[in-house]
Design a binder for this molecule. Structure first.
Ligand code: CO
Length: 272
């Protein structure tokens, strides 16, 4: 069963430099830091509540991760879902005709892992991980939401149901943004499908240019956004004052991907 997002993977040039942000500025604890020789990466996991951020630094030039970094720059690379049965997930996916990168699970940073081909998931590289027993203790909320941009809302809903078993449970149509947000809960996080509602919307144009893909962003709910903004500014991060976001009764402020080593960090506070 898939019960939560395990981590988002972010490709970076220099994991030590990135730790200067994720560990030293954000204050996240490193739970794993090792070189996986056969994959040609140094991987670093940082805990954020029930989720983690995985930094991937290529250690050779002849790998998919290195080519991805070369062509796309520092950005989100994949989304990983936690399962208690990775073998069972693979059997289910094969049965459903989903194209896989790994036919069999292999050892990765997060445990026994397997990747689904992005062709099968609207441009999003999806990983499944079965972590070793007792590896993850936190039940605190981590990410509030992640977002993936999709051209065809109905087709994307069917895909995410088939591949990950997620269902759209809520919908938001923010005024003037030309899009619908389909909200698929996964653990305490929501995976958002962002779909254009008109061909002339900004989102539609972006999908035309870049294709469907996951946003290189994680949103984190904070109890006092003004205090968080002040805390980050005191550490030399530039971010705007909080302003109303697309979700109802929310204010947000975002640390740019340039400062977040490819990953935008959206701080979000809800009026409860
Ligand atoms: Co991963």
């Amino acid at each position: 069963m898939i019960d939560r997002i395990h981590h988002v993977g972010v490709v970076v040039h220099d994991a030590d430099a990135a730790l200067g942000f994720f560990r030293d500025v954000m204050g996240l604890a490193v739970t794993e830091d090792r070189v996986v020789e056969e994959q040609g990466v140094r991987g670093v996991l940082l805990q954020l509540g029930e989720n983690e951020i995985e930094l991937l630094q290529p250690t050779r030039n002849d790998t998919g991760v290195a080519r991805f970094l070369e062509s796309r720059g520092q950005t989100l690379h994949h989304i990983c879902f936690n399962t208690d049965d990775v073998v069972g997930e693979l059997a289910r996916l094969k049965q459903a005709g989903v194209e896989l990168i790994d036919q069999e699970p292999r050892d990765g940073l997060a445990g026994r892992i397997a990747f689904v081909h992005p062709k099968s998931a609207h441009g999003v590289l999806i990983e499944f991980a079965q972590s070793p027993a007792g590896a993850h203790a936190s039940s605190a909320k981590g990410f509030d939401h992640l977002a993936v941009s999709v051209a065809d809302y109905a087709a994307a809903q069917a895909t995410w149901r088939k591949v990950v078993g997620l269902e759209v449970k809520g919908e938001v149509r923010p005024e003037g943004r030309g899009m619908v947000i389909g909200q698929m809960p996964c653990g305490q996080c929501v995976v958002e499908l962002l779909a254009p509602t008109g061909a002339d919307s900004q989102l539609a144009k972006r999908i035309d240019e870049q294709g469907e893909r996951a946003s290189s962003m994680v949103a984190i709910e904070v109890p006092d956004i003004a205090a968080e903004i002040a805390r980050y500014r005191a550490k030399g991060i530039t971010l705007l004052d909080a302003a109303p976001g697309p979700l109802p009764r929310s204010v947000t402020s975002t640390i740019s991907p340039e400062q977040g080593f490819g990953l935008a960090i959206q701080l979000i506070q809800f009026e409860r």
